[in-house]
Design a protein around this ligand. Structure first.
Ligand code: ATP
Ligand code: MG
Length: 490
């Protein structure tokens, strides 16, 4: 992998003005493991004002000493490059100006404030073409990268008490950097000792970091790691309530493991955040609704209790209201029963109304995740495909005279007739025209057609109407056949 020319250009410009400049942080880690970084960060000893002078096309976010340079790249990862002045850990900041972050003098000081050794490396780019890049690595990041180890920079206890969110970041890096990554022993011990301090972190920051874990490919492993390190109980303790709570004869896994397996499937299928959270939470009400023990235990109403708990959990974590309602609905209706022989269209219509037509696809995905999570081999058997078909069928607009740009009143007024079968016949014939040529569905066009139909005698009108009704039924049948084909059902 090459360092993008936009990044090189920024560094060259800073160096030409006699400042130090390095590529730094997560992007060095990713560069060294040959993975394209999310973003390229640059650090320098130039002060924000000095950076801005060099790059007129930049803006300054005061709080973080970060100047954002805009480039001409079309790649979203390179459109904006962030340059941050060397800085110290906030605890060294001048106490009289708590909002101020203090500058550091050297790159080493800047690297020392970073969270993990693999994130605390800088890359010095060769200025002349033959020279190799030099890695500045005072904390053994390269070695830890090789050994796939997440290790805090400096004293882990201190580092986690400075900023407790780092504990969750550690979990995230352990699962997203790839298979075989682990958290070094001292570091994980420090997480266990300091997990309680997660409560000092704003719910929004916890939520954002939690969602990064949820959106990872190995989200379920992330949740399990959060649990074993003692962090989960300060994020969503309700999930832990299911730990060791056995189910009944229909289930081989306990509630907790079943939830994790459901999430694992949702992540494997790259389902969206709503489906992932609903898959994780769909049975969260089970421990509180469990009655009896062993193979005959029951969990009546767990979906109602679970939906309520979901509202509480997501509210606590300050999720947007819209998301909360959607996920709670998916939990509330995850249990829907469907069998083509027993459940009619009207029940499906009710389900669609309750969960919301915009949520039906996600509900089916939660159901698939639920099934696979319980150890059932097939995610989408015939029944689920058939349900998809019926949902689409009941969601389609009916082919009816309501679609027309005129109504019975128009017909009566134009033809000067009273209510009676003729009105319906005229509308049916008009619908026939519009089905053949949708462009005709305009008031002005249809009014002229109504006038013409007024001149036809009663018998002829009736037979014309009958004929178009038959055509309409044929179209409806054809549409149904095609929907069936689409979902592979008969
Ligand atoms: P990714 O962008 O892939 O999520 P990253 O390592 O680039 O991972 P960022 O959040 O983009 O993470 O932060 C960039 C760098 O800033 C990190 O690599 C790390 O050196 C430093 N950093 C970020 N957050 C913290 C923190 N809470 N404590 C200490 N250093 C941090
Ligand atoms: Mg980053």
């Amino acid at each position: 992998m090459d360092i993008p020319k936009q990044v090189k250009a920024v560094i060259d410009k800073l160096k030409k003005k006699n400042f130090e400049a390095y590529i730094v942080g997560g992007c060095v880690r990713d560069f060294l493991r040959d993975v394209e970084p999310e973003d390229w960060d640059i650090t320098t000893n130039a002060k924000p004002e000095e950076i801005q002078e060099i790059f007129p096309n930049s803006f300054y976010k005061n709080k973080f000493l970060t100047v954002t340079v805009q480039t001409d790249s079309k790649n979203p990862k390179l459109k904006e490059i962030e340059i941050t002045t060397y800085r110290l850990e906030t605890k060294y900041a001048d106490k009289r100006h708590p909002s101020e972050v203090k500058f550091a003098k050297t790159i080493k000081e800047d690297l020392a404030r970073r969270d993990f050794t693999v994130n605390a490396m800088a890359l010095d780019m060769a200025t002349d073409k033959k020279k190799q890049e030099i890695i500045i690595d005072p904390f053994g990041g390269q070695k830890d990268l090789k050994n796939k180890t997440i290790k805090a920079v400096g004293n882990p206890e201190e580092r986690f008490s400075e900023d407790s969110l780092r504990m969750m970041r550690g979990v995230r890096f352990a699962i997203v950097l790839g298979k075989g990554w682990k958290i070094e022993q001292k570091t994980s011990k420090a997480i266990k000792n300091n997990s309680i301090w997660l409560q000092a972190i704003s719910k929004e920051r916890v939520r954002d970091e939690f969602m990064k874990i949820i959106m990872a490919e190995r989200a379920a492993e992330g949740i399990e790691l959060l649990r074993t390190l003692g962090l989960l109980k300060y994020i969503i303790p309700e999930i832990e309530e299911g730990y060791g709570v056995s189910q009944n004869k229909h289930h081989i896994y306990d509630c907790y493991e079943h939830s994790l397996r459901s999430l694992a499937y949702a992540a494997k299928k790259k389902f969206n955040k709503y489906v992932r959270l609903a898959s994780l939470l769909h049975d969260v009400g089970k421990p509180r609704s469990k009655r009896g023990e062993g193979k005959d235990a029951t969990f009546y109403g767990h979906e109602v209790i679970g939906a309520k708990m979901t509202l509480q959990i997501l509210n606590r974590l300050k999720f947007p209201k819209k998301d909360i309602e959607k996920i709670a609905k998916l939990v509330r209706y995850h249990l829907f029963y469907y069998n083509p022989e027993e459940v009619g269209e009207s029940s499906v219509r009710r389900l669609v109304r309750q969960v919301g037509p915009e949520n039906t696809e996600e509900l089916l995905q939660v159901r698939m995740s639920d099934r696979i999570g319980s150890g059932v081999p097939k995610a989408e058997p015939y029944k689920l495909r058939h349900l998809r078909y019926v949902i689409e069928k009941v969601s389609q607009d009916p082919i009816s005279t309501k679609m027309l740009d005129v109504n019975g009143k128009d017909v009566m007024r134009i033809l000067k007739i009273k209510p009676g079968p003729r009105v319906g016949q005229v509308l049916d014939i008009l619908l026939g025209y519009v089905l053949k040529d949708p462009k005709k569905n305009k008031k002005e066009v249809l009014k002229k057609e109504i006038e013409k139909l007024g001149e036809i005698n009663e018998k002829e009108l009736a037979s014309l109407a009958q004929q178009t009704r038959k055509e309409r039924r044929d179209i409806e049948m054809k549409r149904d056949q095609m929907t069936k084909k689409k979902y592979w059902v008969t």
